[in-house]
Design a binder for this molecule. Structure first.
Ligand code: A3P
Length: 336
């Protein structure tokens, strides 16, 4: 696929306005809306902002999805490291079926194809898709907030949720780059969207799936109340102490590493396979295109580091984020 073809497919994927049903348009007309930074309008649904393409998938998912007892959901706020989490979990739970060898699926397939997004992939393609062909345990990913998940998932005592959280300052920078990459024109010029605009929208909570702090805090609170069901992981912790967190993740997913596996260096092999350096240099991730969206796989790989915010956010911006977001919203809840 040429880059022009991929760009026009992606535009079609993101801009669904012409294909919305009358029923959905009527539903949208009942919601508060705001001029969008990403798509024409953002709509407020159950306290969070979305553009129509996402919201249509969420509504279909809520209407038709039936969880199975062994389902695993990987949940993140956008740009928190979803691609990494998908790669790690896919490798951990399939390690007997797919040992780490040259023909491992991650070497030829982008992680977003291996573990599909619910609202922007599975329920984007069809209103009520047949999921019978999926192998067990089924693993899905989503950015949907806790309060908007179907009750059947929230009340399930057996489904498992892994929530990956990231420093919001790095999320803002990652989001800004991502939006600019998606919106670039054929000449590959960066879009005019400024980091200040992305920052202000983020602080006001008016970007997709925002507000961030409520998204993250709801899952954090749930993980405290129900640690066997929700595993709350931080991107920065995974970077700092990968083996420890990989071990905990596998245990949470009911597939702990045996001592033989540990001794054979399997944990290191998994981290290496799923590392930014390895995945971002694979042909499939450098030049591949996601079949469901037309997006270049490469848009999900930029630096894969912590702390790039220092190169982009001014002191005033950082102070505002700390004051307005962190102290106002997070303090008093024991979240550091
Ligand atoms: P940066 O833009 O800061 O580099 P998501 O997958 O949720 O869209 O998040 C994308 C962010 O995760 C990007 O951050 C991307 O570079 C980073 N990322 C992708 N793959 C990664 C990996 N294997 N390890 C660590 N970070 C990764």
């Amino acid at each position: 696929m040429t880059s022009d073809e991929s760009f026009s497919r992606m535009q079609k994927y993101l801009n669904v306005e012409d294909t919305l049903s009358q029923e959905f348009k009527t539903f949208l007309s009942t919601l508060p809306k705001i001029k969008g930074s990403f798509g024409p309008y953002g709509y407020l649904y159950e306290g969070f902002w979305y553009f129509p393409m996402i919201l249509r998938g969420i509504v279909a998912f809520r209407r038709h999805f039936h969880p199975q007892s062994s389902d695993i959901f990987l949940i993140t706020y956008p740009k928190s490291g979803t691609t990494w989490l998908k790669s790690l979990v896919f490798t951990i739970i399939n390690r007997h079926r797919f040992p780490i060898e040259a023909n491992h699926p991650l070497n030829t397939t982008n992680a977003h194809q291996l573990i599909p997004f619910l609202e922007t992939h599975i329920y984007h393609k069809e209103e009520n898709p047949n999921l019978d062909h999926l192998p067990f345990p089924r693993v899905f990913s989503t950015h949907i907030p806790w309060t908007t998940l179907p009750e059947s998932i929230r009340n399930s005592s057996t489904c498992k949720i892994v929530y990956l959280c990231r420093n919001p300052k790095d999320i803002i920078v990652s989001l800004w780059h991502f939006q600019n990459k998606l919106m670039h024109d054929e000449t590959k010029e960066m879009a005019t969207n400024s980091i200040l605009e992305t920052f202000e929208n983020f602080c006001q909570g008016v970007n997709d799936y925002g507000p961030f702090w409520r998204h993250m805090l709801d899952y954090w609170k749930q993980s405290k109340e129900n640690p066997d069901k929700i595993y709350f992981l931080k991107y920065e912790d995974m970077k700092e102490q990968p083996s420890m967190h990989l071990r905990r993740l596998a245990k949470f997913l009911d597939c702990p590493f045996s001592s033989d596996e540990e001794e054979s260096g399997l944990l290191e092999d998994i981290m290496k396979l799923c590392s930014f350096e390895n995945l971002s240099n694979l042909e499939i991730n450098k030049n591949g295109v996601l079949s469901y969206s037309g997006m270049q796989s490469s848009v999900f790989f930029r630096q894969g580091k912590t702390g790039d915010w220092k190169n982009h956010l001014s002191d005033e911006m950082v102070q505002k984020l700390i004051n307005v977001i962190c102290e106002d919203k997070l303090s008093g809840l024991g979240f550091n």
